[in-house]
Design a protein around this ligand. Structure first.
Ligand SMILES: *Cc1c(COP(=O)(O)O)cnc(C)c1O
Length: 410
């Protein structure tokens, strides 16, 4: 029998009890289904087929079309952004946002050590270097207080801006990431950034629908990015967007994402070495149909999070990660934080759950430990190192619902 089918190791009774208990409570919330329960699967319950078919019958499938404009307008309306620019994916959106923030080759960009690899990749694609900073337990995202301390220790202010006194490189931007949809402390972070004249570009890839003090994530810094990958809150197949409050910046984003083509009825001229990052109409059609369902998806996610929270409330070995104070989270992924003793059983819990058809997942390995980023500059990462091994992501797609209807949940 392959090892992954062995759900319990009978030689470790304590671990077995914990894994069994977690699985039992998950099944209470999710029901006893025969089919595997995915971590986060998309739901197509609206006009997806109608809109996509319209692209095909009209021939507008590529990077120009009515759905692209409509998707951008509706995204801006939903988030409250002045402008939204639809792009091929979240990684490219972040790369573009950072370039627009003035990040150049050999600059350093401050990013949280706990994030999906795309956050650091977008920096590296510009020839810049990620500089890893710590997270805080309350949000699992960038800690503004520790960032402040760290900058005070490493920054040397020069005429050209803040420099890392140890590497001699310019610090060019800060990229907070709202992990699992939970907004970081943006007001405090913006204050630290302003003290050094550092632009903030929010990686809001996971936080469509999440707000801090009533203001949508992605709107606090110079710009923010969203992702519409298959596992995000809504999907366009693959896709992303750049949000900003500045018309000029939005125009620059559009220009750079469409090969910097200069407007002319037939002449093919371009004025910068730019990108082909525009979202195709086909994907935007899917996006328009998904956006129509977004408020319902968010209600379902919250109902599921509430059901998980209740189901795990009395377990000493762990706690359910709740939205931070002052914020409303989209609960993109629901997360359990195991206490240190229980965390030693995380692998066993994941294995046992998978054998039971429940696709749990650990948090990302810290970016600072990945081979391509191991040599990058970093702050003290004590909290990231402490919490990363304790996190366990639960199934949370929009199709999942707790069994007993929660009043007004849908
Ligand atoms: C999903 C994601 C992205 C962007 O991903 P794409 O797959 O390129 O759309 C960026 N950052 C974070 C934190 C993400 O979770």
């Amino acid at each position: 029998m392959p090892t992954w089918i062995t759900s319990f190791d009978e030689s470790r009774p304590l671990m077995n009890r914990l894994a069994r208990e977690i699985i039992r409570r998950l099944r209470e919330v999710l029901g006893a289904t025969a089919a595997p329960v995915p971590l986060h699967e998309p739901l197509f319950a609206g006009k997806e087929e109608v809109y996509v078919r319209e692209c095909i019958t009209t021939g507008w499938v590529s990077s120009v079309g009515a759905f692209v404009d409509r998707f951008e307008e509706e995204l801006a309306r939903f988030t409250g952004a002045r402008r939204a620019v639809a792009l091929v994916n979240g990684t490219c959106a972040l790369q573009l946002a950072l370039r627009l923030a003035g990040v150049r080759a050999d600059d350093e960009v401050l990013v949280p050590a706990l994030s999906f690899v795309a956050t650091a990749n977008a920096v590296a694609h510009l020839g810049a270097v990620p500089h890893f900073v710590d997270i805080e337990p309350a949000t699992l995202g960038l800690d503004p207080d520790k960032l402040k301390e760290h900058l005070a220790a490493v920054v040397e202010m020069r005429a050209a801006g803040p420099f890392n006194r140890h590497t001699g490189r310019r610090l060019a931007a800060i990229v907070p990431m709202h992990a699992f949809g939970h907004p970081v402390r943006l007001p405090e972070l913006l204050e630290v950034a302003a003290a050094y004249g550092l632009p903030v570009v929010e990686d809001a890839a996971e936080s469509l629908g999440s707000t801090r003090e009533g203001r949508h994530t992605g709107l606090w810094g110079q710009s923010g990015i969203l992702s519409f990958n298959g596992n995000k809150v809504i999907t366009t197949g693959g896709g992303g967007a750049l949000l900003c409050q500045d018309e000029t910046l939005a125009r620059r984003a559009k220009h750079l994402s469409t090969t910097a083509k200069t407007p002319h009825p037939w002449r093919l001229a371009h004025d910068e070495a730019a990108y082909n990052f525009r979202m195709p109409n086909l994907n935007a059609a899917l996006g328009c149909a998904q956006l129509e369902q977004l408020p319902g998806f968010l209600r379902r996610k919250r109902a599921l999070a509430e059901a998980y929270q209740e189901a795990f409330a009395d377990m000493e070995e762990l706690r359910f990660v709740r939205e931070p104070a002052g914020a409303r989270s989209n609960y993109w992924l629901c997360v359990l934080a195991l206490n240190p003793a229980a965390a030693t059983s995380l692998e066993a819990i994941l294995r046992a759950a998978r054998a039971d058809g429940l696709m749990l997942r650990p948090a990302w390995e810290l970016l600072s430990t990945l081979p391509m980023y191991a040599g990058c500059p970093r702050a003290d990462l004590g909290a990231a190192e402490e919490w990363q091994p304790r996190l366990c992501c639960l199934p949370g797609g929009p199709a999942l619902q707790p069994p007993s209807p929660i009043p007004n949940a849908l």
